[in-house]
Design a protein. Structure first.
Length: 295
């Protein structure tokens, strides 16, 4: 049980975390800060937070648990502001989708206090951002990746794992570099593709007419293109090296498909499609076998 959660960023991710903690009986009081007054008032009305803070510093002051739920680009400035309030007893976490840059930012901002910080990435979310969509069940059944380092204090590492497990999550630990490489492939790049495809279709003279004819396949493929532009701008920039590597892999595959279509080589084209179809089918079965919901 934590006495006070300092919630910095009262949007979907932060708001859902606060609601989930309350539902699990893990926190007595939530003090929230957002640069938006309307967001703060909405969070108060929805019971996401119990008290508003006038500043980042005030939200962290006196808390034994702090969650930084801000765009990745704002992480360093936020941690700099709360640094004086961070103690060896406090647990500080983020929920950012990239980890190498977040850890580097934390090392610069927190200095000797870095041991209290446990970088975290819950694999959860919705297309709709904002505290109005906060959900106490958002993290239930999802994976959470922790990327602690040799500087991380054992107590904080154990607390972070226990919190997410209590919220119904499967917790994994890996290095920040391994995390960013993996999620560039299976999360960040698919979002880039969805955004690019929407722009490619709508940028054509008959784009709107084409969209009016689109069915479930197009809907499912482009669902994530409705995601928050600010969040994904930051992710693309912070993990650009891994994303550009994934782009090269895709271009190699696209060129292989294009070459076979130009050659009219149906047998080879079918083999490439079958390779992808088989891999997707086996992955789908594996997910169901382990009963891990897609989050």
């Amino acid at each position: 049980m934590f006495e006070q959660l300092g919630l910095i960023g009262c949007g979907l991710m932060g708001g859902s975390f606060a609601l989930a903690l309350k539902r699990a009986g893990l926190v007595q009081r939530v003090v929230g800060y957002s640069p938006s007054t309307s967001t703060l008032q909405k969070a108060l009305q929805l019971g996401v937070i119990d008290t508003t803070a006038a500043s980042v510093e005030q939200a962290a002051s006196g808390a034994d648990l702090v969650l930084v739920a801000v765009p990745v680009s704002a992480t360093e400035a936020t941690l700099q502001r709360i640094a004086p309030a961070v103690t060896p007893e406090m647990l500080v976490m983020d929920v950012g989708s990239t980890k190498t840059d977040v850890l580097e930012a934390a090392q610069r901002a927190l200095g000797q206090r870095i041991g209290s910080f446990v970088p975290a990435h819950p694999i959860a979310g919705k297309e709709k951002a904002g505290v109005a969509h906060a959900d106490a069940r958002l993290y239930q059944g999802c994976q959470v990746i922790l990327t602690p380092t040799t500087d991380t204090l054992d107590k904080q590492r154990q607390q972070a794992q226990a919190i997410w497990q209590a919220l119904g999550c499967t917790v994994l630990q890996m290095s920040p570099e391994a995390h960013d490489a993996a999620f560039a492939a299976v999360s960040h790049f698919p979002h880039l593709l969805a955004f690019a495809l929407m722009n490619a279709v709508t940028g054509q003279p008959q784009g709107q007419e084409f969209l009016s004819l689109a069915g479930p396949g197009f809907r499912d493929f482009t669902r994530i293109a409705a995601s928050d532009p600010i969040v994904w701008r930051d992710i693309f920039l912070s993990n650009r090296q891994q994303l550009l590597l994934q782009s090269q892999h895709l271009q190699t595959q696209l060129q292989a498909f294009e070459a076979l279509m130009l050659q009219g080589d149906g047998a080879a084209l079918e083999a490439l499609i079958a390779q992808a179809s088989s891999a997707r089918s086996h992955w789908h079965l594996k997910q169901h076998h382990h009963l891990q919901p897609a989050c």
